[in-house]
Write a protein that binds this ligand. Sequence first.
Ligand code: DON
Length: 568
Amino acid sequence: MLIKKSLKNLMLVFLVIIYSCERDQPVFGENGMVVSTSSQASQVGIDIMKAGGNAIDATAAVGFALAVTSSSNGNIGGGGFMTVKLENGNSFTLDYREMAPKAASRNMYLDRDGNVIKGKSRYTHFAAGVPGSVDGLLKAWRDYGSGNISREQLLDPAINLAENGFKLSKYEAERFNKNKDRLSKHPETKKIFTRDDRKWKEGDLFVQKDLANTLKRISKNGRDGFYKGETADLIVKEMESVGGWINYNDLDNYVSKYRDPVKGSFMGYDILSMGPPSSGGLLVIHMLNMLEKVVEQKGSEFDLSYNSVDYIHTLTELERRAYADRTEHMGDSDFWNVPQSMFLSRDYAKNRLQDIDFNKATSSKSVDHGNPYASQSEETTHYSIVDKKGNAVSVTTTINAGYGNGITVTGAGFILNNEMDDFSSKPGEPNMFGLLGNEANAIEPMKRPLSSMTPTIVLKDDAPFLILGSPGGSTIITTVMQNILNVILHDMNIKDAVSSPRVHSQWLPDMIFHEKNGLKNSTVYKLKKMGHDIRMRSSIGEANGIMINEKGFWGGADSRGENTAIGY
Ligand code: DON
Protein backbone atom coordinates (compact mmCIF):
# COMPACT_ATOMS: atom_id res chain seq x y z
CA MET A 1 0.00 0.00 0.00
CA LEU A 2 2.77 2.39 1.10
CA ILE A 3 4.90 1.45 -1.88
CA LYS A 4 1.95 2.03 -4.19
CA LYS A 5 1.39 5.49 -2.72
CA SER A 6 5.04 6.49 -2.99
CA LEU A 7 5.10 5.26 -6.56
CA LYS A 8 2.06 7.36 -7.31
CA ASN A 9 3.71 10.41 -5.73
CA LEU A 10 6.91 9.77 -7.65
CA MET A 11 4.94 9.54 -10.88
CA LEU A 12 3.22 12.82 -10.08
CA VAL A 13 6.49 14.61 -9.33
CA PHE A 14 7.84 13.21 -12.57
CA LEU A 15 4.80 14.44 -14.46
CA VAL A 16 5.07 17.92 -12.95
CA ILE A 17 8.76 18.08 -13.92
CA ILE A 18 8.02 17.00 -17.47
CA TYR A 19 5.25 19.53 -17.85
CA SER A 20 7.26 22.32 -16.25
CA CYS A 21 10.22 21.72 -18.52
CA GLU A 22 8.14 21.52 -21.66
CA ARG A 23 7.71 25.19 -22.44
CA ASP A 24 4.93 24.76 -24.92
CA GLN A 25 2.71 22.69 -22.70
CA PRO A 26 0.45 23.82 -19.91
CA VAL A 27 1.98 23.39 -16.45
CA PHE A 28 0.22 20.84 -14.25
CA GLY A 29 -0.61 21.10 -10.56
CA GLU A 30 -2.77 18.96 -8.30
CA ASN A 31 -3.06 21.24 -5.29
CA GLY A 32 -2.88 24.74 -6.67
CA MET A 33 -1.69 26.93 -9.50
CA VAL A 34 -0.44 30.49 -9.88
CA VAL A 35 0.20 32.09 -13.26
CA SER A 36 1.66 35.58 -13.23
CA THR A 37 4.15 37.75 -15.04
CA SER A 38 6.87 37.24 -12.44
CA SER A 39 8.43 33.94 -11.39
CA GLN A 40 9.16 35.34 -7.90
CA ALA A 41 5.56 36.47 -7.47
CA SER A 42 4.14 33.16 -8.71
CA GLN A 43 6.37 31.37 -6.19
CA VAL A 44 5.13 33.65 -3.39
CA GLY A 45 1.55 32.59 -4.20
CA ILE A 46 2.47 28.90 -4.13
CA ASP A 47 4.34 29.31 -0.82
CA ILE A 48 1.33 31.01 0.78
CA MET A 49 -0.92 28.15 -0.27
CA LYS A 50 1.59 25.58 0.98
CA ALA A 51 1.59 27.43 4.32
CA GLY A 52 -2.16 26.84 4.63
CA GLY A 53 -3.47 29.89 2.81
CA ASN A 54 -6.21 29.79 0.23
CA ALA A 55 -6.29 31.36 -3.24
CA ILE A 56 -7.44 34.70 -1.84
CA ASP A 57 -4.52 34.88 0.60
CA ALA A 58 -2.23 33.98 -2.29
CA THR A 59 -3.82 36.69 -4.45
CA ALA A 60 -3.05 39.42 -1.93
CA ALA A 61 0.53 38.18 -1.39
CA VAL A 62 1.15 37.93 -5.15
CA GLY A 63 -0.24 41.45 -5.60
CA PHE A 64 2.25 42.88 -3.08
CA ALA A 65 5.10 40.82 -4.55
CA LEU A 66 4.36 42.07 -8.07
CA ALA A 67 4.61 45.63 -6.74
CA VAL A 68 8.27 44.81 -6.08
CA THR A 69 9.25 42.51 -8.92
CA SER A 70 7.28 43.95 -11.82
CA SER A 71 7.67 47.71 -11.41
CA SER A 72 6.22 48.56 -14.79
CA ASN A 73 2.77 47.23 -13.94
CA GLY A 74 2.67 45.51 -10.53
CA ASN A 75 1.79 48.14 -8.01
CA ILE A 76 0.66 49.67 -4.80
CA GLY A 77 0.34 53.00 -6.60
CA GLY A 78 -2.47 51.86 -8.91
CA GLY A 79 -5.57 49.75 -8.85
CA GLY A 80 -7.28 46.68 -10.20
CA PHE A 81 -10.19 44.31 -10.35
CA MET A 82 -10.68 40.85 -8.92
CA THR A 83 -13.23 38.25 -10.02
CA VAL A 84 -13.68 35.37 -7.60
CA LYS A 85 -15.59 32.07 -7.54
CA LEU A 86 -15.49 30.47 -4.11
CA GLU A 87 -15.53 26.77 -3.31
CA ASN A 88 -18.96 27.25 -1.68
CA GLY A 89 -20.37 28.34 -5.02
CA ASN A 90 -20.61 32.07 -4.22
CA SER A 91 -18.96 34.60 -6.45
CA PHE A 92 -18.05 38.27 -6.26
CA THR A 93 -15.95 40.93 -7.86
CA LEU A 94 -13.89 43.50 -6.03
CA ASP A 95 -13.34 46.90 -7.61
CA TYR A 96 -10.19 48.59 -6.36
CA ARG A 97 -9.92 50.94 -9.29
CA GLU A 98 -8.38 54.37 -8.67
CA MET A 99 -10.72 57.26 -7.89
CA ALA A 100 -10.43 60.83 -9.15
CA PRO A 101 -9.43 63.19 -6.32
CA LYS A 102 -11.88 65.85 -5.10
CA ALA A 103 -9.95 68.48 -7.04
CA ALA A 104 -10.70 66.80 -10.39
CA SER A 105 -12.90 68.61 -12.88
CA ARG A 106 -14.31 67.87 -16.29
CA ASN A 107 -12.08 70.14 -18.35
CA MET A 108 -8.92 69.88 -16.30
CA TYR A 109 -6.82 68.59 -19.20
CA LEU A 110 -7.94 71.31 -21.63
CA ASP A 111 -6.34 74.68 -22.30
CA ARG A 112 -8.25 77.95 -22.53
CA ASP A 113 -9.18 77.23 -26.12
CA GLY A 114 -10.60 73.87 -25.19
CA ASN A 115 -7.74 71.87 -26.66
CA VAL A 116 -6.22 68.91 -24.86
CA ILE A 117 -2.94 69.83 -23.13
CA LYS A 118 -0.56 67.21 -24.44
CA GLY A 119 0.62 64.76 -21.82
CA LYS A 120 -1.15 66.32 -18.82
CA SER A 121 -3.41 63.31 -18.24
CA ARG A 122 -0.49 60.93 -18.79
CA TYR A 123 2.86 62.12 -17.52
CA THR A 124 2.23 64.62 -14.74
CA HIS A 125 1.23 64.43 -11.08
CA PHE A 126 -2.31 65.29 -12.26
CA ALA A 127 -2.47 62.01 -14.17
CA ALA A 128 -2.68 59.99 -10.95
CA GLY A 129 -5.93 58.79 -9.47
CA VAL A 130 -6.10 57.85 -5.78
CA PRO A 131 -4.53 54.37 -5.62
CA GLY A 132 -6.78 51.45 -4.67
CA SER A 133 -4.54 48.37 -4.63
CA VAL A 134 -3.65 48.36 -0.93
CA ASP A 135 -7.26 48.80 0.17
CA GLY A 136 -8.46 46.14 -2.27
CA LEU A 137 -5.87 43.46 -1.59
CA LEU A 138 -6.21 43.79 2.19
CA LYS A 139 -10.00 43.82 2.03
CA ALA A 140 -10.12 40.59 0.00
CA TRP A 141 -7.66 38.92 2.40
CA ARG A 142 -9.58 40.14 5.48
CA ASP A 143 -12.99 39.05 4.19
CA TYR A 144 -12.22 35.91 2.21
CA GLY A 145 -8.77 34.74 3.29
CA SER A 146 -8.43 31.39 5.06
CA GLY A 147 -7.68 32.96 8.44
CA ASN A 148 -4.43 30.96 8.48
CA ILE A 149 -2.23 33.73 7.09
CA SER A 150 -1.48 36.85 9.10
CA ARG A 151 -1.04 40.26 7.49
CA GLU A 152 2.67 40.07 8.28
CA GLN A 153 2.89 36.73 6.44
CA LEU A 154 1.18 38.30 3.43
CA LEU A 155 3.61 41.18 3.25
CA ASP A 156 6.83 39.43 4.34
CA PRO A 157 7.76 37.99 0.95
CA ALA A 158 7.31 41.37 -0.77
CA ILE A 159 9.27 43.16 1.98
CA ASN A 160 12.04 40.63 1.67
CA LEU A 161 12.22 41.00 -2.13
CA ALA A 162 12.35 44.79 -1.81
CA GLU A 163 14.73 45.03 1.15
CA ASN A 164 17.25 42.35 0.19
CA GLY A 165 16.70 42.69 -3.51
CA PHE A 166 16.14 40.12 -6.21
CA LYS A 167 18.10 39.28 -9.31
CA LEU A 168 16.78 40.97 -12.41
CA SER A 169 15.79 38.72 -15.26
CA LYS A 170 17.04 39.60 -18.72
CA TYR A 171 13.56 40.75 -19.63
CA GLU A 172 13.18 43.05 -16.61
CA ALA A 173 16.71 44.49 -17.05
CA GLU A 174 15.99 45.20 -20.70
CA ARG A 175 12.67 46.79 -19.84
CA PHE A 176 14.43 49.23 -17.49
CA ASN A 177 17.01 50.00 -20.18
CA LYS A 178 14.42 50.42 -22.90
CA ASN A 179 12.50 52.91 -20.75
CA LYS A 180 15.55 54.78 -19.47
CA ASP A 181 14.52 58.14 -20.95
CA ARG A 182 11.08 57.96 -19.49
CA LEU A 183 12.40 56.77 -16.14
CA SER A 184 14.91 59.62 -15.99
CA LYS A 185 12.38 62.46 -16.00
CA HIS A 186 11.47 62.43 -12.30
CA PRO A 187 14.48 62.54 -9.94
CA GLU A 188 13.19 59.90 -7.54
CA THR A 189 12.27 57.53 -10.36
CA LYS A 190 15.68 58.12 -11.91
CA LYS A 191 17.42 57.35 -8.62
CA ILE A 192 15.69 54.01 -8.21
CA PHE A 193 15.16 52.69 -11.71
CA THR A 194 18.16 53.89 -13.69
CA ARG A 195 21.86 53.37 -13.11
CA ASP A 196 24.05 56.26 -14.15
CA ASP A 197 25.30 55.36 -17.58
CA ARG A 198 25.60 51.74 -16.79
CA LYS A 199 22.96 49.54 -18.23
CA TRP A 200 21.05 47.11 -16.12
CA LYS A 201 21.85 43.54 -16.95
CA GLU A 202 20.52 40.13 -16.16
CA GLY A 203 21.46 39.03 -12.65
CA ASP A 204 21.86 42.54 -11.21
CA LEU A 205 20.54 42.75 -7.66
CA PHE A 206 17.64 45.22 -7.55
CA VAL A 207 17.09 46.61 -4.06
CA GLN A 208 14.24 49.00 -3.14
CA LYS A 209 14.68 50.20 0.46
CA ASP A 210 12.02 52.93 0.44
CA LEU A 211 9.48 50.55 -1.01
CA ALA A 212 10.41 47.99 1.65
CA ASN A 213 9.71 50.59 4.34
CA THR A 214 6.34 51.47 2.82
CA LEU A 215 5.43 47.78 2.72
CA LYS A 216 6.52 47.45 6.37
CA ARG A 217 4.15 50.25 7.34
CA ILE A 218 1.33 48.41 5.53
CA SER A 219 2.32 45.19 7.25
CA LYS A 220 2.22 46.89 10.66
CA ASN A 221 -0.81 49.16 10.26
CA GLY A 222 -2.82 47.62 7.43
CA ARG A 223 -4.73 50.06 5.28
CA ASP A 224 -3.68 52.93 7.51
CA GLY A 225 -0.05 52.17 6.70
CA PHE A 226 -0.76 53.51 3.23
CA TYR A 227 -3.71 55.90 3.39
CA LYS A 228 -2.64 57.57 6.66
CA GLY A 229 0.56 58.30 8.59
CA GLU A 230 3.97 58.50 7.00
CA THR A 231 3.01 57.09 3.58
CA ALA A 232 0.13 59.55 3.29
CA ASP A 233 2.50 62.36 4.35
CA LEU A 234 4.90 61.38 1.58
CA ILE A 235 2.16 61.19 -1.06
CA VAL A 236 0.70 64.56 -0.06
CA LYS A 237 4.17 66.11 0.01
CA GLU A 238 4.87 64.77 -3.48
CA MET A 239 1.62 66.36 -4.63
CA GLU A 240 2.48 69.67 -3.00
CA SER A 241 5.40 69.98 -5.42
CA VAL A 242 2.75 70.87 -8.03
CA GLY A 243 0.57 72.92 -5.72
CA GLY A 244 -1.53 69.99 -4.54
CA TRP A 245 -3.58 67.30 -6.24
CA ILE A 246 -4.25 64.20 -4.09
CA ASN A 247 -4.73 65.29 -0.46
CA TYR A 248 -5.25 63.58 2.93
CA ASN A 249 -9.03 63.50 2.50
CA ASP A 250 -8.78 61.87 -0.90
CA LEU A 251 -6.58 59.15 0.59
CA ASP A 252 -8.81 58.67 3.59
CA ASN A 253 -11.93 58.52 1.43
CA TYR A 254 -10.60 55.87 -0.90
CA VAL A 255 -12.78 52.79 -0.80
CA SER A 256 -12.70 49.54 -2.76
CA LYS A 257 -16.11 48.06 -3.50
CA TYR A 258 -17.61 44.63 -3.83
CA ARG A 259 -19.81 44.45 -6.89
CA ASP A 260 -21.92 41.69 -8.39
CA PRO A 261 -20.13 39.97 -11.25
CA VAL A 262 -21.72 40.36 -14.66
CA LYS A 263 -22.96 36.98 -15.86
CA GLY A 264 -23.48 35.48 -19.29
CA SER A 265 -23.09 32.22 -21.11
CA PHE A 266 -21.62 30.86 -24.31
CA MET A 267 -22.32 27.46 -25.86
CA GLY A 268 -23.25 25.89 -22.54
CA TYR A 269 -20.53 27.53 -20.43
CA ASP A 270 -21.27 30.28 -17.93
CA ILE A 271 -19.20 33.42 -17.71
CA LEU A 272 -18.45 35.59 -14.68
CA SER A 273 -16.68 38.83 -15.24
CA MET A 274 -16.10 42.40 -14.15
CA GLY A 275 -18.88 44.94 -14.57
CA PRO A 276 -18.61 48.75 -14.50
CA PRO A 277 -16.41 50.67 -13.95
CA SER A 278 -14.96 48.11 -16.32
CA SER A 279 -16.41 47.81 -19.78
CA GLY A 280 -14.72 44.44 -20.23
CA GLY A 281 -17.17 41.94 -18.78
CA LEU A 282 -20.25 43.43 -20.42
CA LEU A 283 -18.58 43.71 -23.82
CA VAL A 284 -17.19 40.17 -23.78
CA ILE A 285 -20.62 38.78 -22.85
CA HIS A 286 -22.38 40.96 -25.42
CA MET A 287 -19.99 39.93 -28.20
CA LEU A 288 -20.24 36.24 -27.26
CA ASN A 289 -24.04 36.54 -27.33
CA MET A 290 -23.78 37.92 -30.86
CA LEU A 291 -21.31 35.25 -31.89
CA GLU A 292 -23.46 32.44 -30.52
CA LYS A 293 -26.31 33.72 -32.68
CA VAL A 294 -24.00 33.74 -35.69
CA VAL A 295 -22.95 30.16 -34.94
CA GLU A 296 -26.64 29.16 -34.74
CA GLN A 297 -27.67 31.02 -37.87
CA LYS A 298 -24.67 30.54 -40.10
CA GLY A 299 -22.96 27.49 -38.63
CA SER A 300 -23.23 25.37 -41.73
CA GLU A 301 -22.46 27.95 -44.44
CA PHE A 302 -19.68 29.58 -42.50
CA ASP A 303 -16.10 28.67 -41.76
CA LEU A 304 -15.64 29.75 -38.16
CA SER A 305 -12.33 27.94 -37.71
CA TYR A 306 -9.46 29.71 -35.95
CA ASN A 307 -8.44 32.91 -37.79
CA SER A 308 -10.32 32.03 -40.99
CA VAL A 309 -11.62 34.85 -43.20
CA ASP A 310 -15.24 34.41 -42.05
CA TYR A 311 -14.15 34.25 -38.41
CA ILE A 312 -12.04 37.42 -38.49
CA HIS A 313 -14.66 39.29 -40.49
CA THR A 314 -17.37 38.29 -38.03
CA LEU A 315 -15.33 39.19 -34.94
CA THR A 316 -14.46 42.55 -36.48
CA GLU A 317 -18.09 43.40 -37.21
CA LEU A 318 -19.14 42.43 -33.66
CA GLU A 319 -16.28 44.42 -32.17
CA ARG A 320 -17.11 47.47 -34.26
CA ARG A 321 -20.63 47.55 -32.85
CA ALA A 322 -19.68 46.68 -29.28
CA TYR A 323 -16.97 49.35 -29.00
CA ALA A 324 -19.29 51.97 -30.49
CA ASP A 325 -21.70 51.21 -27.65
CA ARG A 326 -18.88 51.34 -25.13
CA THR A 327 -18.08 54.87 -26.22
CA GLU A 328 -21.59 56.12 -25.72
CA HIS A 329 -22.95 54.15 -22.80
CA MET A 330 -20.17 53.21 -20.42
CA GLY A 331 -18.67 54.85 -17.38
CA ASP A 332 -18.56 54.41 -13.62
CA SER A 333 -22.02 53.07 -12.72
CA ASP A 334 -21.92 54.96 -9.40
CA PHE A 335 -22.16 58.13 -11.52
CA TRP A 336 -23.80 57.05 -14.77
CA ASN A 337 -26.67 54.79 -15.55
CA VAL A 338 -24.90 52.13 -17.61
CA PRO A 339 -27.52 50.08 -19.50
CA GLN A 340 -26.23 46.75 -18.23
CA SER A 341 -29.37 44.81 -19.18
CA MET A 342 -29.01 46.03 -22.76
CA PHE A 343 -25.47 44.67 -22.97
CA LEU A 344 -26.54 41.36 -21.44
CA SER A 345 -29.69 40.97 -23.53
CA ARG A 346 -29.75 38.25 -26.18
CA ASP A 347 -32.45 40.16 -28.05
CA TYR A 348 -30.26 43.22 -28.23
CA ALA A 349 -27.37 41.06 -29.43
CA LYS A 350 -29.63 39.62 -32.14
CA ASN A 351 -30.77 43.09 -33.20
CA ARG A 352 -27.23 44.35 -33.43
CA LEU A 353 -26.49 41.60 -35.98
CA GLN A 354 -29.21 42.79 -38.35
CA ASP A 355 -27.10 45.19 -40.38
CA ILE A 356 -23.98 43.05 -40.64
CA ASP A 357 -23.10 42.13 -44.19
CA PHE A 358 -21.27 38.84 -43.90
CA ASN A 359 -19.49 39.44 -47.18
CA LYS A 360 -18.44 43.05 -46.81
CA ALA A 361 -16.91 45.33 -44.18
CA THR A 362 -19.18 47.98 -42.68
CA SER A 363 -17.48 51.35 -42.47
CA SER A 364 -16.98 52.94 -39.04
CA LYS A 365 -17.44 56.70 -39.17
CA SER A 366 -14.11 58.22 -40.11
CA VAL A 367 -12.21 60.02 -37.37
CA ASP A 368 -8.53 60.82 -37.26
CA HIS A 369 -7.00 58.92 -34.34
CA GLY A 370 -3.38 59.45 -34.97
CA ASN A 371 -1.56 56.22 -34.40
CA PRO A 372 -2.17 55.13 -30.84
CA TYR A 373 -0.81 51.67 -31.53
CA ALA A 374 2.67 52.48 -32.62
CA SER A 375 4.42 52.31 -29.29
CA GLN A 376 1.94 50.65 -27.02
CA SER A 377 3.24 47.90 -24.81
CA GLU A 378 1.46 45.48 -22.56
CA GLU A 379 1.89 47.25 -19.30
CA THR A 380 -0.94 46.11 -17.16
CA THR A 381 -0.64 42.67 -15.66
CA HIS A 382 -2.98 39.75 -15.14
CA TYR A 383 -2.65 36.83 -12.76
CA SER A 384 -4.78 33.76 -12.16
CA ILE A 385 -4.83 31.57 -9.05
CA VAL A 386 -6.65 28.46 -7.92
CA ASP A 387 -6.26 26.48 -4.69
CA LYS A 388 -6.86 22.84 -3.90
CA LYS A 389 -10.39 23.48 -2.66
CA GLY A 390 -11.26 25.08 -5.98
CA ASN A 391 -11.34 28.75 -4.93
CA ALA A 392 -10.59 30.57 -8.17
CA VAL A 393 -9.30 34.13 -8.48
CA SER A 394 -8.77 36.26 -11.57
CA VAL A 395 -6.98 39.60 -11.10
CA THR A 396 -6.01 42.33 -13.51
CA THR A 397 -4.08 45.23 -12.03
CA THR A 398 -2.40 48.30 -13.47
CA ILE A 399 -0.85 51.71 -13.19
CA ASN A 400 -2.09 52.20 -16.79
CA ALA A 401 0.93 52.96 -18.98
CA GLY A 402 4.19 51.11 -18.29
CA TYR A 403 5.61 52.76 -15.14
CA GLY A 404 2.38 54.79 -14.84
CA ASN A 405 2.96 58.53 -14.87
CA GLY A 406 6.69 57.91 -14.27
CA ILE A 407 6.58 59.70 -10.91
CA THR A 408 7.83 57.90 -7.81
CA VAL A 409 6.51 59.19 -4.49
CA THR A 410 9.69 60.63 -3.03
CA GLY A 411 10.76 58.58 -0.02
CA ALA A 412 8.04 55.96 -0.49
CA GLY A 413 9.56 54.06 -3.39
CA PHE A 414 6.50 53.39 -5.53
CA ILE A 415 5.41 54.74 -8.90
CA LEU A 416 2.04 56.44 -9.33
CA ASN A 417 -0.55 55.50 -11.89
CA ASN A 418 -1.74 57.61 -14.82
CA GLU A 419 -5.23 56.20 -14.75
CA MET A 420 -6.86 59.63 -15.17
CA ASP A 421 -6.11 59.20 -18.89
CA ASP A 422 -8.77 56.48 -18.97
CA PHE A 423 -11.39 59.19 -18.52
CA SER A 424 -12.58 61.03 -21.58
CA SER A 425 -10.62 64.30 -21.47
CA LYS A 426 -12.89 65.65 -24.17
CA PRO A 427 -15.58 64.02 -26.35
CA GLY A 428 -14.05 62.84 -29.60
CA GLU A 429 -10.51 62.92 -28.23
CA PRO A 430 -8.96 59.44 -28.11
CA ASN A 431 -7.09 58.32 -24.99
CA MET A 432 -3.78 56.50 -25.18
CA PHE A 433 -5.54 53.36 -26.40
CA GLY A 434 -7.43 55.20 -29.12
CA LEU A 435 -10.63 54.84 -27.09
CA LEU A 436 -13.25 57.54 -27.24
CA GLY A 437 -15.74 58.53 -24.60
CA ASN A 438 -18.57 60.92 -24.01
CA GLU A 439 -20.62 62.11 -21.08
CA ALA A 440 -20.74 58.67 -19.43
CA ASN A 441 -16.97 58.70 -18.88
CA ALA A 442 -16.45 62.44 -18.28
CA ILE A 443 -14.19 63.44 -15.36
CA GLU A 444 -15.87 64.04 -11.99
CA PRO A 445 -14.48 64.12 -8.45
CA MET A 446 -14.48 60.70 -6.75
CA LYS A 447 -15.43 58.96 -10.00
CA ARG A 448 -13.57 55.94 -11.37
CA PRO A 449 -12.31 56.07 -14.95
CA LEU A 450 -13.79 53.53 -17.35
CA SER A 451 -11.58 50.48 -17.73
CA SER A 452 -11.16 47.64 -20.20
CA MET A 453 -9.68 45.23 -17.68
CA THR A 454 -11.56 41.94 -17.87
CA PRO A 455 -10.69 39.43 -15.15
CA THR A 456 -12.96 36.53 -16.05
CA ILE A 457 -13.90 33.06 -14.84
CA VAL A 458 -15.65 30.60 -17.16
CA LEU A 459 -17.74 27.96 -15.41
CA LYS A 460 -18.67 24.46 -16.46
CA ASP A 461 -21.55 22.99 -14.44
CA ASP A 462 -21.15 25.90 -12.04
CA ALA A 463 -17.52 25.07 -11.21
CA PRO A 464 -14.49 27.06 -12.41
CA PHE A 465 -13.24 25.82 -15.79
CA LEU A 466 -11.15 28.74 -17.06
CA ILE A 467 -9.52 31.64 -15.21
CA LEU A 468 -8.56 34.33 -17.70
CA GLY A 469 -7.52 37.93 -18.22
CA SER A 470 -4.90 40.09 -19.89
CA PRO A 471 -3.20 43.47 -20.08
CA GLY A 472 -3.37 45.48 -23.30
CA GLY A 473 -5.63 48.53 -22.81
CA SER A 474 -8.47 48.37 -25.29
CA THR A 475 -7.21 45.02 -26.61
CA ILE A 476 -7.83 43.32 -23.27
CA ILE A 477 -11.48 42.73 -24.12
CA THR A 478 -10.87 41.13 -27.48
CA THR A 479 -7.95 39.14 -26.06
CA VAL A 480 -10.11 37.64 -23.33
CA MET A 481 -12.84 36.86 -25.84
CA GLN A 482 -10.38 35.12 -28.16
CA ASN A 483 -8.95 33.12 -25.24
CA ILE A 484 -12.44 31.87 -24.43
CA LEU A 485 -13.14 31.05 -28.08
CA ASN A 486 -9.77 29.33 -28.47
CA VAL A 487 -10.79 26.82 -25.82
CA ILE A 488 -14.52 26.49 -26.38
CA LEU A 489 -14.78 26.91 -30.14
CA HIS A 490 -11.32 25.83 -31.27
CA ASP A 491 -10.53 23.11 -28.70
CA MET A 492 -7.11 24.45 -27.74
CA ASN A 493 -5.32 23.64 -24.49
CA ILE A 494 -4.76 26.61 -22.16
CA LYS A 495 -1.15 27.22 -23.19
CA ASP A 496 -2.07 27.40 -26.87
CA ALA A 497 -5.22 29.36 -26.10
CA VAL A 498 -3.31 32.20 -24.45
CA SER A 499 -0.26 32.10 -26.71
CA SER A 500 -1.77 31.79 -30.20
CA PRO A 501 -1.63 34.89 -32.41
CA ARG A 502 -4.49 37.34 -31.92
CA VAL A 503 -6.33 40.01 -33.86
CA HIS A 504 -8.00 43.16 -32.59
CA SER A 505 -10.39 45.83 -33.77
CA GLN A 506 -12.45 48.41 -31.89
CA TRP A 507 -14.77 50.48 -34.12
CA LEU A 508 -12.35 53.39 -34.31
CA PRO A 509 -9.77 53.45 -35.67
CA ASP A 510 -11.52 51.48 -38.41
CA MET A 511 -8.89 48.81 -38.77
CA ILE A 512 -8.08 45.17 -38.05
CA PHE A 513 -4.79 44.78 -36.20
CA HIS A 514 -3.03 41.44 -36.24
CA GLU A 515 0.12 40.03 -34.77
CA LYS A 516 3.01 38.72 -36.79
CA ASN A 517 2.25 35.24 -38.12
CA GLY A 518 -1.36 35.68 -37.02
CA LEU A 519 -3.04 35.66 -40.39
CA LYS A 520 -2.15 33.93 -43.63
CA ASN A 521 -1.36 36.20 -46.57
CA SER A 522 -4.38 34.83 -48.39
CA THR A 523 -6.59 35.69 -45.40
CA VAL A 524 -5.30 39.26 -45.31
CA TYR A 525 -5.85 39.51 -49.06
CA LYS A 526 -9.45 38.29 -48.83
CA LEU A 527 -10.27 40.52 -45.86
CA LYS A 528 -8.94 43.52 -47.77
CA LYS A 529 -11.11 42.55 -50.71
CA MET A 530 -14.09 42.65 -48.33
CA GLY A 531 -13.25 46.26 -47.49
CA HIS A 532 -11.23 45.89 -44.28
CA ASP A 533 -8.19 47.96 -43.54
CA ILE A 534 -5.57 45.67 -41.97
CA ARG A 535 -2.34 46.38 -40.20
CA MET A 536 0.24 44.31 -38.37
CA ARG A 537 1.22 45.57 -34.94
CA SER A 538 3.30 44.60 -31.92
CA SER A 539 1.99 41.94 -29.59
CA ILE A 540 -1.61 42.01 -28.47
CA GLY A 541 -2.27 41.26 -24.80
CA GLU A 542 -0.42 38.98 -22.41
CA ALA A 543 -2.83 36.46 -21.01
CA ASN A 544 -2.15 34.24 -18.01
CA GLY A 545 -4.80 31.58 -17.71
CA ILE A 546 -5.70 28.39 -15.88
CA MET A 547 -7.84 25.52 -17.09
CA ILE A 548 -9.37 23.15 -14.57
CA ASN A 549 -10.51 19.62 -15.34
CA GLU A 550 -11.04 16.38 -13.45
CA LYS A 551 -7.28 15.68 -13.46
CA GLY A 552 -6.29 18.96 -11.85
CA PHE A 553 -5.08 22.44 -12.72
CA TRP A 554 -3.40 23.41 -15.98
CA GLY A 555 -1.48 26.68 -16.03
CA GLY A 556 -1.09 28.57 -19.30
CA ALA A 557 1.49 31.35 -19.15
CA ASP A 558 1.43 33.51 -22.27
CA SER A 559 4.57 33.00 -24.37
CA ARG A 560 4.63 36.74 -25.03
CA GLY A 561 6.66 38.56 -22.40
CA GLU A 562 7.90 36.81 -19.31
CA ASN A 563 5.20 34.83 -17.59
CA THR A 564 5.44 31.89 -15.24
CA ALA A 565 2.98 29.20 -14.29
CA ILE A 566 3.80 27.26 -11.14
CA GLY A 567 1.71 24.38 -9.92
CA TYR A 568 2.12 22.02 -7.00
O1 DON B 1 -8.02 50.08 -17.20
C1 DON B 1 -7.70 50.07 -18.38
O2 DON B 1 -8.42 49.70 -19.27
C2 DON B 1 -6.29 50.51 -18.74
N1 DON B 1 -5.82 51.42 -17.75
C3 DON B 1 -5.42 49.32 -18.87
C4 DON B 1 -4.05 49.68 -19.30
C5 DON B 1 -3.31 48.60 -19.93
O3 DON B 1 -3.78 47.51 -20.08
C6 DON B 1 -1.96 48.95 -20.41
N2 DON B 1 -1.44 47.95 -21.27
N3 DON B 1 -1.18 48.10 -22.41
